[in-house]
Design a binder for this molecule. Structure first.
Ligand SMILES: C[S@@+](CC[C@H](N)C(=O)[O-])C[C@H]1O[C@@H](n2cnc3c(N)ncnc32)[C@H](O)[C@@H]1O
Length: 284
């Protein structure tokens, strides 16, 4: 699998601790509300494909909002945590390991309980009608780095979305990033008997990429410190760059906000853009 060098076991184990201030429920509410409004599906079960789902926090929150969710991620370690969290929350969510760069949302996936298999379909689930909503949140698309790979993934996302369905992407916003990134950032977190210190060193690579080298120290209780390093490379986007890529994949941009707030302008101060796009109603 292409990107297995990031989000390995040590990083995955500390992921939720470092994101503990993030309000996943409010973000999931924004996503569900947008789909309800644009698709007119309030009160109905929404089929959601959450790409680069990580430890499943959005997926679990959405499944509590009448969504039938499938989560996809390249990292086995992030998925293992997602499965454990979903099971503890008594949520029925499928989690599948796959690289966004070669996304194939049909092959080998378990059938949805809301989509009975038809005679002659064998082990292949029916995704004929596609997903009502495909999400790729928290800057995950940028891990594909190159526009060619991002474009390919967006075309596959288009294909996975049912005609008339929605795609919601959250990407890292270039103006805020370029004006305000910290070349050196240190954070200490504590929780669940674990203490961790993360040193993040960011440098720009070319015009569109940020390379962040994380050096992480963690320990359980008063035990010995363990150290590991992960280097993440992520593409950041101007609004016109991401809108152009999305449009070229055949999706129509419906709205862009500066985060998970319908009133937040996508201005230069916004660190993240949330872009909502819609597939045309043409049949496949
Ligand atoms: C910043 S985390 C976001 C996780 C989750 N969406 C959230 O909001 O917490 C980025 C995620 O993208 C995943 N990822 C990175 N490259 C990927 C790829 N090529 N295919 C699928 N997932 C990928 C990582 O494993 C990680 O779980």
């Amino acid at each position: 699998m292409g990107e297995s060098t990031v989000y390995g076991g040590g990083f995955a184990a500390l992921y939720d601790l470092f994101q503990s201030a993030k309000n996943y429920n409010a973000e999931a509410r924004f996503v569900r509300d947008a789909a309800d409004e644009i698709l007119g599906m309030r009160g109905k079960t929404l089929k959601v494909l959450d790409l680069a789902c990580g430890t499943g926090s959005h997926a679990i929150a959405l499944s509590g909002m009448k969504c039938d969710v499938t989560g996809v991620d390249v990292s086995r370690d992030m998925l293992a945590l997602a499965r454990r969290k979903a099971s503890a929350a008594k949520r029925r969510i499928r989690f599948v390991q796959q690289d966004l760069a070669s996304l194939d949302p049909v092959e080998g996936w378990a059938p949805s309980p809301t989509q009975p298999r038809r005679a002659g379909e064998g082990a292949r689930p029916s995704t004929e009608s596609g997903w009502d909503l495909v999400t790729c949140l928290f800057d995950s698309l940028g891990y594909l780095r190159s526009d060619a790979r991002i474009q390919r993934a967006l075309r596959r996302i288009h294909r996975a979305t049912k005609p008339g369905g929605l795609v919601i992407l959250e990407v890292w916003h270039a103006p805020a990033m370029l004006a305000g990134f910290d070349p050196l950032r240190v954070r200490r977190v504590r929780g669940r008997g674990i203490e961790a210190v993360r040193i993040g060193e960011t440098r720009l690579r070319g015009e569109h990429l940020a390379e962040v080298r994380y050096e992480i120290f963690s320990r359980k209780g008063e035990g010995a410190w363990h150290r590991f390093v992960e280097t993440h490379v992520n593409r950041f986007f101007t609004q016109s760059e991401i809108a152009g890529l999305v449009s070229r994949a055949g999706l129509r941009v419906v709205r862009v906000t500066g985060g998970y707030d319908a009133a937040a302008a996508p201005d230069d101060a916004a660190w993240h853009l949330v872009l909502i796009a819609q597939r045309g109603t043409e049949s496949r």
